[in-house]
Write a protein that binds this ligand. Structure first.
Ligand SMILES: Cc1cc2nc3c(=O)[nH]c(=O)nc-3n(C[C@H](O)[C@H](O)[C@H](O)COP(=O)(O)OP(=O)(O)OC[C@H]3O[C@@H](n4cnc5c(N)ncnc54)[C@H](O)[C@@H]3O)c2cc1C
Length: 382
């Protein structure tokens, strides 16, 4: 039997997240976006309510909850504001490779810091010359006694300006391809860590995106994730199996929000002596929006529940991410269409949602990369 019902605890989390979203996120979202203000206070308030980083194990001070629990909360955050959702999720993404691969001491220090003190972290993989093609990164980690010397430039790093530490991917042995990659934990206060300026993005403008340069940064071997060279690629990629259901959940939330606005507007606006939704062309548009949202949510839940069942969810997470991201873009675009000229104005929320949806097709593996993953998985045994 397949059960689509949420547990009592999941419903409780959903309600708590919804209350927080209504009171603390939605009323500020337009202003945060307009002024590009990082919502630090709201992120800390969400942390204090126990709504963030739910997957950190109890042993390290976390809630030890599952992927399904997380996606439920992340859909609500996407619904409240895509920029807040991304800003608040950045730390979870940085924690993911530590959860899969870090030593006990590393988890005890860095995951505990996040769970108990609300420390913030960023996942730093992308470089000016390497995004989709992760193996093209140039960052180097050279052994020097007990330390590694880190040199490289990272680009488009979410939350970098507020991070207490970074998960950084670099090569210890560039001849060995992906097997020569290591992940290291780098504290933001260390000498040689330099932040670039905040990017002026198209949407999700409250989220902090910037470059980070590492120049001769001395990283103790104790901060090599997992304690051995060569595991960086595996941990960095495993992080995506954990994070993509949540990014898909953000997309579902953004789409749901745009749909609700459009439905409401279609009941208020009249043309040719009829409410907008009484025109079949508009009603069909609304019907297609809702169908896609329902399907995107189910793919998202499936990918999360597979992770909770201990099953390999790489393909399922790619289906969820690509379908939900494309749905968010389509549904927000249709919502702007239903609003007509008002939809094009920043006075109404759907323009911000449409701008905010676009990046979900680009980051965490673009929609093309998700199709490449699905293609690889379905042709693997031919
Ligand atoms: C707001 C924002 C936040 C981000 N946050 C982070 C972060 O926290 N940490 C981090 O490490 N990175 C982050 N990124 C980077 C993001 O993951 C990359 O932008 C993304 O992976 C795409 O890489 P790229 O920009 O280099 O594009 P490219 O890899 O140059 O790709 C350009 C275009 O070509 C397509 N493409 C590339 N290769 C192929 C192919 N083989 N077949 C078909 N199409 C292809 C891509 O889908 C894309 O449409 C962020 C980016 C943005 C915009």
């Amino acid at each position: 039997m397949v059960d689509f019902a949420l547990s009592e605890m999941q419903e409780m989390f959903q309600e708590l997240a919804m209350e927080f979203a209504r009171d603390e996120i939605r009323p500020h979202a337009a202003q945060w976006d307009e002024e590009a203000t990082y919502p630090k206070e709201a992120i800390m308030a969400a942390h204090n309510l126990g709504l963030l980083n739910l997957h950190i194990p109890e042993e390290y001070g976390g809630a030890g909850l599952g992927s399904m629990d997380e996606v439920i909360v992340n859909e609500v955050f996407g619904w409240a504001d895509p920029g807040f959702a991304t800003a608040a999720y950045a730390t979870s993404l940085a924690c993911a490779p530590l959860i899969t691969g870090a030593t006990h001491e590393q988890k005890d220090k860095y995951l505990r810091g996040v769970a108990e003190n609300g420390d913030l972290a960023s996942y730093a993989i992308t470089e000016p010359g390497a995004g989709s093609d992760v193996q093209a990164i140039k960052t180097r980690l050279e052994k020097d006694g007990d330390d590694y010397i880190l040199n490289g430039s990272k680009m488009f790093i979410t939350g970098a300006g507020h991070a207490d530490w970074f998960f950084v991917l670099g090569y210890t042995d560039s001849e060995a391809g992906y097997k020569g990659m290591a992940g290291v934990i780098v504290e933001s206060g260390w000498e040689g860590v330099e932040l670039g300026k905040k990017e002026a993005n198209m949407g999700q403008r409250c989220s902090d995106t910037r470059s980070v340069n590492f120049t001769d940064v001395r990283v103790p071997a104790a901060n090599l994730v997992g304690g051995s060279e060569g595991g960086g690629w595996f941990n960095a990629m495993a992080a995506f199996d954990m994070s993509r259901p949540n990014i898909a959940a953000h997309a579902v939330g953004v789409a749901q929000s745009a749909f609700e606005h459009a439905l409401q507007y279609s009941d208020e606006r009249e043309t040719f002596n009829k409410k907008l939704h009484q025109h079949q062309a508009i009603q069909f548009m609304l019907a297609d929006m809702k169908t896609k949202i329902e399907a995107a949510r189910l793919l998202t839940w499936k990918s999360a529940s597979m992770a909770d069942a201990g099953l390999q969810n790489t393909e399922a997470a790619a289906h969820a991410k690509v379908f939900a991201a494309d749905t968010a873009m389509q549904v927000t675009t249709d919502a702007v269409q239903i609003y007509g000229g008002y939809g094009y104005s920043e006075e109404y929320p759907v323009a911000r949602l449409m701008r905010g949806a676009k990046v979900i097709q680009i980051y965490e593996g673009s929609s093309q990369v998700q199709r490449m993953i699905i293609g690889r998985e379905i042709t693997r045994n031919l």
